[in-house]
Design a protein around this ligand. Structure first.
Ligand SMILES: [Zn+2]
Length: 228
């Protein structure tokens, strides 16, 4: 064998070993699977697109992201409060916004299951189930119960918790920087059919580092994770 050939064979062996090693590592660290399915080799491409859904203590994680939506609920006794990383991040965003002359306020943070029971029932009594379901979550389905969600507003505005919040200087700045603080606008405009909620420019969901990729994709969280 020529030197070059020997080198190439060695190189390929090293590559293969590295690939095997990584495969093993992934298999070991992957959260336990909740389902298995049989497939033929032609289906491998599709199989890789199947989201990694894991249920841990009644909480549903898709690719490691905790999900609460119309389909996936949280346990009644899941009561984590607003998470420290969320508090730290929104405070930093508000401070940076203030330097731009913006005046953010916190409108709503953590909401417990029991609180949501009262809130949802009041909306249903006022406007009926169909209308309430467009903007209010049924108990257990509210993202506010994750402790990773906040509603923000503008101190200057009367448009808080209204679609018009999307026209405030606060929102216009926030929509393109929120991901730098780990947040996404969870119910974007034009995605009601997918998220099940009308456009809510004020409702931010903390997803950490993943926020940038989600923002860049222009997709709703459901589409991004492949659970729409
Ligand atoms: Zn909200």
């Amino acid at each position: 064998m020529g030197r070059l050939l020997k080198f190439m064979v060695l190189f390929l062996l090293v590559l293969q070993a590295a690939a095997c090693g990584r495969g093993l590592e992934e298999a070991e660290t992957r959260p336990h699977e909740t389902f298995e399915r049989a497939y033929d080799p032609a289906e491998i491409g599709k199989l890789q697109a199947v989201p990694d859904i894991a249920v841990v203590d009644g909480l549903t994680y898709v690719d490691g992201i905790l999900i609460a939506n119309k389909e996936y609920a949280l346990p009644e006794d899941y009561n984590p409060g607003l998470q420290p990383e969320v508090i730290e991040s929104y405070k930093q965003m508000f401070r940076d916004g203030a330097e731009e002359g913006l005046d953010f306020i916190m409108v709503s943070g953590f909401r417990s299951y029991d609180y949501q029971v009262g809130l949802y029932n009041r909306y249903v009594a006022r406007e009926g189930k169909e209308a309430a379901d467009r903007y209010s979550a049924r108990p257990g389905h509210s993202e506010h119960q994750t402790g990773l969600t906040i509603d923000v507003g503008s101190a200057e505005s009367t448009a808080n918790l209204k679609t018009e919040f999307g026209e405030t200087p606060e929102y216009k700045w926030m929509k393109d920087v929120a991901h730098e603080y780990g947040f996404i606008v969870r119910y974007p405009e034009g995605k009601e059919d997918i998220t099940g909620y009308m456009y809510e420019p004020w409702h931010l969901r903390y997803v950490g580092d993943e926020a940038e990729a989600i923002y860049e994709s222009g997709l709703s969280l459901e589409e991004y994770l492949g659970i729409d």
